[in-house]
Design a protein around this ligand. Structure first.
Ligand SMILES: NC(=O)c1ccc[n+]([C@@H]2O[C@H](COP(=O)([O-])OP(=O)(O)OC[C@H]3O[C@@H](n4cnc5c(N)ncnc54)[C@H](O)[C@@H]3O)[C@@H](O)[C@H]2O)c1
Length: 326
């Protein structure tokens, strides 16, 4: 249990950030810095009047803004980033520049006030590595720089290098978490978001889920309470400092069977529709066939492991979307 701390959560009005804030707000001072580009006030409004909670609308890519938001906090959880596959191919410059400057600002501010940094990195850092399960000290395998989809992976890997730079040069306590496909209530359902909210939104509106390619590509979907649980453990565990840790389930699911499970969870009788990758992302897109984390490090170092299976998590998620989809 984290208590009595002063914590800045960048991107705290976003999907993961807002759930994390919900777990922290009782017993801690929590400041959220978010520019609301993909985050929403609706995700945090229930906390607005709580003691010790503060929301600042601002840009993490601006140093003075981060400095002011951090005040004299003792920990910064850096969740703010330009996220979403469609952004990577539509605006790679924004992805690269915002994600790198936001990270640099967070680290430099943390160094000045002696705060610990927990950074939300991603499984995308592994690229298309086929060394499964993907382990934290394994190699990364990326495509050419002319393929825009690799810009997000590159921006987050650069951020990880920055974290290690500050850790080694200034002994700044940093923890790097590589999240694997998290899903749950509040995940943005627009075309910029992840596959689960996109599928649920379509199916609840009686449109078939669109499966890219043959649907045999797999992912490991992690329910939000597990993503947040791993983050909380990493925030308090001293042994996590200076480490990269995968946070995700190792239960693998094909996109096709995911679509079928969500159709069932929504109680509909439709069939998934297959569409070619190019029709959605253009020719410069490369998908990753399988992505499975090694989670032994998280288990050993954090004493954490995922608890919610996909069926149960989808049920809870669909129940939430039913309330918000008109
Ligand atoms: N959701 C996942 O499955 C997943 C997987 C791997 C990594 N991550 C990482 O976790 C973090 C949170 O992701 P999420 O899924 O909650 O996405 P999200 O889009 O809901 O959250 C990101 C938040 O950052 C805010 N933001 C973006 N740019 C900003 C800026 N310049 N200044 C201030 N705020 C800014 C957005 O408004 C949003 O609230 C991100 O760093 C993402 O890269 C997420």
């Amino acid at each position: 249990m984290i208590k009595g701390r002063d914590i800045l959560v960048t991107g705290g009005a976003g999907y993961i950030g807002s759930h994390l804030v919900d777990s922290l707000v009782e017993g801690n001072r929590v400041t959220v810095l978010d520019n609301l580009s993909t985050g929403k006030i609706a995700n945090i409004k229930h906390n607005m009047k709580k003691k010790g909670f503060k929301f600042i609308k601002g840009n993490a890519a601006d140093f003075e803004t981060v400095k002011k938001a951090a005040g004299k906090c003792d920990m910064i959880v850096h969740e703010a980033a330009v996220v979403g596959v469609k952004h990577y191919v539509e605006n790679p410059l924004k992805v690269l520049l915002v994600n790198s400057s936001g990270m640099e600002n967070v680290l430099e501010v943390a160094r000045r006030i002696d705060a610990k940094v927990v950074f939300a990195s991603t499984s995308e850092v592994y690229g298309k590595s086929g060394e499964l399960p993907l382990s934290e000290d394994g190699d990364r395998l990326l495509g050419p720089t002319a393929i825009d989809r690799w810009c997000y992976s590159t921006s987050k890997a650069f951020d990880e290098h920055l974290c290690f730079g500050y850790y080694k040069r200034y002994a700044l306590p940093v923890v790097i978490l590589r999240y694997f496909n998290s899903y749950g209530p509040r995940a943005d359902g627009s075309e910029y978001s992840g596959v689960i909210p996109i599928f649920i939104n379509r199916i609840l509106r009686n449109k078939p889920p669109q499966v890219h390619g043959d649907g045999k590509q797999t992912r490991c979907f992690t329910y939000i309470s597990d993503t947040v649980g791993g983050t909380l453990r990493a925030m308090e565990e001293k042994k996590a400092v200076g480490e990269v840790i995968n946070i995700g389930t190792d239960a693998e699911t094909t996109i096709l069977s995911l679509a079928e499970m969500i159709i069932r969870a929504c109680g509909k009788g439709m069939k998934p529709q297959f569409i070619p990758y190019e029709s959605f992302y253009g020719k410069s897109y490369e998908d990753i066939r399988r992505r499975v984390p090694a989670i032994s490090k998280a288990k050993k170092l954090l004493g954490w492991e995922p608890k919610v299976n996909l069926e149960e998590g989808l049920e809870r998620t669909v129940a939430w979307y039913r309330k918000v989809v008109d």
